[in-house]
Design a protein around this ligand. Sequence first.
Ligand code: 2AM
Ligand code: CA
Ligand code: CA
Ligand code: CA
Length: 278
Amino acid sequence: MSDPWKECMDYCLEVTKEAGKMIRDALQRDISIMQKSSPVDLVTETDQKVEELIISSIRKKYPTHSFIGEESVAAGAASVLTENPTWIIDPIDGTTNFVHRFPFVCVSIGFTVNKEIEFGIVYSCIEEKMYTARRGKGAFCNGVPIKVSGQEDISKSLVLTETGFKKDPEHFRTMMANMESILTIPVHGIRSPGSAAVNMCLVACGAADAYYHMGIHCWDMAGGAAIVREAGGVIMDVSGGPFDLMSRRLITASSRAIADCIAKKIQPFPCGRDDAEN
Ligand code: 2AM
Ligand code: CA
Ligand code: CA
Ligand code: CA
């Protein structure tokens, strides 16, 4: 079979649409907010319910597959990537945006086999933009092909990053120093839309030229990585080395020149690994 994972992707698309509707419906009601690791690390009942919906629907159809989901890991599940077909799920990427009704909120799902990403789906469900990409088949937004800007000159670029949630002084200083290094190149600007997966899609469709972030997780990156790669973007580690899904860090850009330039300008800080305890 030339395309064994197409059926999984088609099924995933239906589940993702349902998840997106659940998020939109939740925005019409009161949102009660719970804290996770800190006062700025938030979760809602909707994050948990959406993840339950996605995992139970997919597990029913594909009982032998593996799952890594943000809220399951928060509840104690392992976060280990094996050769087995694995669904990497962020039920709401942009929870802080969700609780403020800031309109960049998405469902992000990446599917790996032999640790390689086969497809990614990111549904920015307030904007109703469905980003999809399958390995070797291009990237799409609502069925229309998308591609990166192709910009090679960092001084003409718009760069995305996030200010993160870790507030220890050392981390904070490095993050601010990195932003200063980028701003003083100079670039056209820095933006923080608040959702890692949306950021990757913005690079994929040419609305931004680069995105870098340290401290995020495999579920923040898996869906978007497929999309940005298939849209012709470059994705690498912040060291300039190969991208590693479990490394908690990435640079993605419209061209190798811009990605290399950001890798040279920013100083990495320790973020651990998603699979560290497994
Ligand atoms: P989340 O909304 O799924 O938690 C915002 O800075 C981006 O970083 C979002 O994609 C957000 O994903 C991600 N992120 C990862 N861990 C986070 C945390 N503990 N607190 C806030 N954002 C986090
Ligand atoms: Ca979260
Ligand atoms: Ca996330
Ligand atoms: Ca999330």
